[in-house]
Every structure is written in C-alpha cells, then in structure tokens.
Design a protein around this ligand. Sequence first.
Ligand code: 3SL
Length: 235
Amino acid sequence: MQKSLEVVLSPLLLPLVDLTGKTVVVIDILRATSTICAALNNGAKSLKPVVSTEEALSYNKNEYCIAGERNGEKAPGFDFGNSPREYSRELIGGKKIVLTTTNGTKCIHASLDADEVLIGSFFNLDAIITYLRNSSNDAVLFCSGWKDRVNLEDTLFAGYVAEGLRETHHWDSDEVEISLNLYNKASIDPISFLRNASHAKRFERLGNTQDLEVCLEFNAHPIVVKYADGELVGI
Ligand code: 3SL
C-alpha cells in the first residue's frame, strides 16, 4: 500500500502536521544536516544536538567537542563551527560532539513526537530515499528554513526526495507540488540555481566561498542518520 508524503516548508507550519507514527526527515542543507551526515560518516562516536549555546557549553570539554554556530559563525568558546569541511576523519574520528545551530538542531527537537527522526542532506540523498521507500511509515520532509522563513535549498532537497518517492508514496499537498516544481526548475544545475538563495548571499558576506558547493556533493556521505535516546547515530 502506498504511504503518504508531506512537506513542511517552515517550522511555523509544523504544528499543522500530526507526526504520530510518522518518519520525519529534518532538512537543513546549509548546513546543519550536511555537517551531521559528514561528522557521523567520518567516524564521530556520537553527536548530541542541543538547542542553546549555553546548554552546549555546559558539557565537559574533556569529554565532548563543543560545536556549532550562531548566524553562520562559530559560537564563542566552541571547538568547531558548522561547516562540513571542519569534520574530517582525522579531526573528529572517535570523538563525541555536542552541536547547536541557529535552525537545524531546533528543528530536530521540534520533531520528537514522530515515530522516527532522520537527518537529510544531499550527502545522503539516495540513502534517505531508499530508507523511506522501504519503510512502512508515512513520511514528513521538514525544511528548517532560516529563522522560520522558507528557503530555497531545503525546499529543493524536499523536491529531490519527493521525486524519488513517486512510486511508493502519494500526496494531496501543494507543499509537495511546490518542492517538485522547484526540483523541475533547478535540478539541471542546482549549484547555479542556489547561488540566488539568501543563505548563499549570507555566505558571501561572511567570506565563505566553499560551503555551497561542498553541501551539494550528492551522496558523498551515504549514511542514514537517526535520532535515538538524545543522540544522532548512523544506522
Ligand atoms: O541554521 C542552522 O542550523 C545552520 O545550518 C546555519 S549555518 O549554515 O551554519 O549558518
């Protein structure tokens, strides 16, 4: 039997969706969910998403790497920022990480009424599609956006996933159609398309010339990441 698919375009719209029994995929392409996939695929021992910088800093620095950003920049007193480029196997292999980000880690916590919470990025696109095809749960693709606003990159990723679920899922949802329309428009050259995204412009202002292209490396970290007992783990 076909399962249902929904897309949530902004955290403000999440309360409209009943998450009970469903699998939620949290999406924050630039950059939280990309960083999480890179860190776990590169051998981080565990990754604990937390909501505030204060909570992150309350963890013992001898035991955890404290990581994350506010407004795109490494937060004061943190060991790592939020670029997947920082999370190489050499630097984070075997380490325990606490991560807090402006939007992504909040959205993970907002999803915890669901049966399962997964992490989606272009790094694990095909792994996510395969997992959702084989799952018996209905699926919700939850776009983190930026401070409650809709963004292009998360919506585009939702379109890629929806396109991959045409045979196993059904929908009656303009949000899914919006994401598919974006996919149809942008998938010829997603990097050029996303240069107009507000977050790409934010990167430019911060002198970050690499992360847009890095986060668009399809299937570079083909790992399914799931939230379990307060931590994100690869399954
Ligand atoms: O908002 C977030 O969760 C971050 O991914 C934003 S940033 O790319 O690190 O600026």
